[in-house]
Design a protein. Structure first.
Length: 236
């Protein structure tokens, strides 16, 4: 069931009235969750702001996309675990359809992988359902202002993990000298000609070459060439 229009509350009437007086512009917010009690709770929080209105409610992911296309909300608040398509896919479809709206994902899952996937999907708002009562307004305000909002617990854990693994990741990156050697190899130069170009000994060139291949987990010149093409170090 798609809840397109519901009787406007006193707060909604006030929001529209203020729009007519050219005060703060009304912000339209779409709510998508498959549990009516959750939608009602979210609506109650949203409508504590006089210039925010709920433009519609959806009970599954496809309906959320349909309603977003129809009502063009400023914000879509969507549960990650929606029927038919999940909240991340809702966001992907809206981006593909060029719907200019921000998506706030709500979830019960304390998952770093889910947060990472959300960020990669272009989502700038991520909040635990358990935090909604205290932080929903702040999250929506941030998104309306063009700022990201992520639940602090997971963000702090991601940062700790990043710092803990920073050295491991650094070991996988090529140094500028190794990258130069790979580029010249891909251009067809021998170790001797590379040593002349970079003014290094042949032994040093061989060391950089071996280090690059180890980091990239490659075992042949052909693989290095393909890597250089992918990285646009050389033209195909």
């Amino acid at each position: 069931m798609i809840v397109r229009h519901r009787p406007m509350t006193a707060q909604s009437h006030l929001a529209w009235a203020r729009l007519g007086k050219r005060e703060r512009p009304v912000k339209r917010i779409l709510i998508a969750d498959d549990h009516e009690i959750v939608r009602s709770g979210l609506r109650a929080i949203v409508e504590t702001r006089s210039n925010w209105i709920v433009s519609g409610e959806a009970t599954n992911g496809e309906q959320a996309v349909t309603l977003a296309l129809e009502t063009r909300p400023d914000i879509v608040i969507v549960d990650y675990s929606m029927p038919i398509i999940n909240g991340l896919e809702v966001s992907r479809r809206l981006r593909a359809l060029h719907v200019r709206t921000e998506v706030l994902i709500l979830t019960m899952h304390e998952s770093e992988e889910l947060l990472t996937e959300a960020i990669l999907a272009g989502i700038r708002g991520f909040l635990f359902k358990s935090d909604a009562r205290n932080h929903l307004l702040s999250a929506v305000e941030a998104l309306l202002d063009g700022r990201p909002y992520f639940t602090s617990v997971l963000l702090e854990k991601l940062l700790r993990d990043y710092q803990a693994n920073k050295q491991n990741r650094a070991d996988m990156l090529l140094t500028s000298r190794e990258e130069s050697v790979v580029q010249l190899i891909a251009e067809g130069h021998t170790n001797r000609s590379i040593s002349a170009i970079l003014k290094l000994s042949v032994k040093t060139v061989e060391t950089h070459r071996a280090s690059a291949m180890r980091k990239l987990r490659m075992s042949s010149t052909a693989e290095l060439v393909r890597y250089a093409v992918r990285k646009r170090l050389v033209s195909p």
